[in-house]
Design a protein around this ligand. Sequence first.
Ligand code: ATP
Ligand code: MG
Length: 393
Amino acid sequence: MAEIILAKYGEMALKGLNKNTFENILLKNIRRRLKSIGNFYISRAQSTIYIEPENEAADLDEAYVVLKRIFGISTLCRAAVAEKDFEAIVAQTMRYLDDELSYARTFKVEAKRADKRFSMKSPEICSELGGKILAAFPHLKVDVKNPDVIVTVEIRDTNAYIHSKKESGAGGLPVGTSGRAMLLLSGGIDSPVAGYMMAKRGIVISAIHFVSPPYTSERARMKVEQLCEKITDYCGDINFYCVPFTEIQETIRKECPEEYFTIIMRRLMVEIAQRIAEQDGSMALITGESVGQVASQTLEALVCTDTVCKMPIFRPVIGMDKTEIISIARKIDTYDISIQPYEDCCTVFTPKHPKVRPRLADIEAAEGRVDFSKMVTNSIQNTYKVTIKLKEC
Ligand code: ATP
Ligand code: MG
C-alpha cells in the first residue's frame, strides 16, 4: 500500500516572512536531510509538503525520524494514498486503520476537500465514511468531542490521503530564513542548547570554541566537535572555529588581579568571537549564559562583558533554570556528551574568590596594564576552521 508523509507548516510561522522564501528554504532543508536515506519525491501544495518514497529502499520510518527534527514543520503524519474515488477511499481506510479502529472505542471522521471538483462535499464524506466504518467495526461509537481516533481524509489534486495520528514537528522557522550568528560553544550543557534554540528561529549557526593546550586536552576539543555534530541534526552544517587561547590565559594569570581572571577572560573571548564572526558573516553572538548560574553570570558581570562587543549577544537560556536547560539537552541528545568530564578553558585558572559584582572601571583598570591586542591577533591568525557536516544517516 502506498504510504507517504505529510509535513505541514502553520500559517502562523509565515507571519512577517515571504511565503516563497520560507517554503523554498524548508524544501531545500528537507531534500538535503533525506538525501542520505534514499530517493523521495518531494512536492508541496497548500501549506503541506508531501514526502513519497520513490522505491522500496527509501525508508519511511527513518525519514519520519529525520523530519521530526527539521525546523519549520509544525505537524506531521503518515498517510495512506488512495485514488480519488469514494469506494477506493473506504477500502483503503479499512485496511490502513484496521488496527487502530479495532482497538478504539470511539471515533470521528474529518474530511478536507481541497479539490473542489470531487463530487462529494466534506460533510457527505464524513457521514458516508462514518457509516461504513460503523458497519465494519460494530463495537465503535461516534464521539465528535473527544474521540479515540480521528480518521482524516484529505482530497487533494492528485490523490486522496487518509491518516489518523498527527504529531507535533520541531516547530520554529526553517534554518536559513533568519541570517547567521556565532555560537560560543563550550563543552558544557548550556551552550549547545542555546545554539539549538536560536536555530529554531531560523538562524544558521557557526560555532567558536576556545582551547588552552596543554591545560585543555585534545579529548576536550573532540568532545566539542562531537557536540557540534550532534546539533547538526537540527542546525545543518556548522562552520566550526577553534581558537588557541593559552597565551592570553597565561598572561591574564600572570598580570591581572586574580578576582578578575574570569571576567577579563570572557571579555577577550567575546572580542575575538566578534572579530571572527565579522569574517564569517555572522551578525550576532550566542552564549549559553543564564543569570546567576555562576559568578561570571551575574547581571553586573554580563554588563561588563557586553561593553566589549558591538554586535548583539543572544542568550536564549538567560531566564531558564538548570533543570529546564537539562530537559532540552536531553531532548536534543547532547546531555550525555556534555556531562563527560573534560576540562574547559573557563575552568582552568578559576579564581578562588571571583568578583561577583564587578565594576567596569575596576576591570578596565585591571586590564589596562596589559596590551592584549597582539595576542588577540595571534589567536585569530592561528584559529583553525572546519565545516562540520550534517551527519549522514
Ligand atoms: P556551558 O554549560 O555552556 O559551558 P556554563 O554554565 O558552564 O555554560 P561558563 O563555563 O561560565 O558557563 O560559560 C558561559 C558561556 O560562555 C557558555 O555557555 C559558552 O557560551 C561560553 N563559553 C565558555 N567556555 C567556552 C569555550 N571554551 N569556548 C567557547 N565558548 C565558551
Ligand atoms: Mg562551561
